[in-house]
Design a protein. Structure first.
Length: 284
């Protein structure tokens, strides 16, 4: 997130005010207590310039359709646009045919699917034409509702970006300073140096070990039964796997998967006298 980049500031078209006008960074700083050094990447699917915002909103208006807008078919929108343009504020930069040219430049495909075509400037002209037409031909409350939904979707993307950054921060903390206990899981020091971080617990009534370990040049994570683990002297490559780690949607590194596994399975601590290759104390 570049503090000098205000391209995510987008002026509302039908709303009196919008959270988007303050910008992405201001929103993140006001809504999330993230450390100053955490970088929140702007979501690729969200509009990050006023131009992209206008184009996206115009698409929402064209796709709204139905009884609430008064236009139940794209052919009705096209007829309305073609009838509206010649009479709308025709003196634009000394070109009396500006709006007509923009309106008649919209193809049936563009009107039907809201997929405006052309270069960035052309798309923006088409979007402004659609929004100007909408102000004159669609109820103001409907337009407010359309833009509110659009803003809400963008805000959700911003929230997801912040949550992703926050999750990555927690994973780094977990990797650099792993807790001794996570629920019923207890961290221990495995005797095999290829095991970088390991926990043990009674998972679904089965004593198990789960750990991050070196698998060739990469790191991997799996769960093994303690019985098989002991039979193979704690060798992570030779011990038969018991369960794959609980999957994650976005953070899919080995430490992320280990942390997610510990949080997913509400395991019970092992008895104090459980035998494992550990140099640490038993769980308290």
């Amino acid at each position: 997130m570049d503090p000098n980049n205000d391209s995510a500031n987008c002026e509302a078209q039908f709303l009196e005010e919008s959270i988007l006008e303050a910008g992405f960074e201001s929103y993140i700083q006001s809504e999330y207590e993230l450390p100053y050094f955490v970088d929140v990447d702007y979501p690729e699917s969200a509009p990050d310039t006023p131009r992209e915002y206008l184009i996206g909103l115009a698409k929402r208006v064209l796709n709204a359709g139905g009884n609430r807008t008064g236009f139940t078919h794209h052919t009705e929108i096209r007829r309305s646009l073609h009838g509206w343009a010649p009479e709308y504020n025709e003196d634009v930069d000394g070109d009396p045919g500006y709006w007509g040219e923009c309106a008649f430049g919209l193809s049936s495909h563009e009107i039907n699917f809201g997929r405006l075509e052309g270069d960035g400037e052309t798309k923006e002209q088409k979007a402004r034409t659609v929004l100007a037409w909408a102000r004159d031909n669609i109820d103001a409350e409907v337009l407010v509702e359309i833009e509110e939904n659009y803003v809400s979707d963008i805000r959700s993307m911003w929230d997801d970006a912040a949550a992703l950054a926050e999750g990555e921060l927690q994973i780094r903390k977990f990797q650099n300073s792993p807790p001794d206990n996570v629920g019923g899981w207890h961290r221990f020091d495995a005797s095999d140096e290829r095991v970088k971080l390991a926990y043990r617990a009674n998972n679904h009534d089965v004593p198990v070990v789960i750990g991050v370990y070196e698998a060739g040049e990469d790191l991997d994570v799996h769960e093994w039964t303690i019985e098989n683990w002991e039979d193979n002297n704690g060798d992570p490559l030779e011990t038969p796997k018991n369960r794959f780690p609980a999957s994650t949607r976005t953070n899919d590194g080995p430490y992320a998967r280990l942390r997610n596994h510990l949080q997913t399975y509400n395991a019970d601590p092992l008895p104090v006298d459980t035998e494992t290759d550990t140099n640490s104390s038993a769980p308290a």
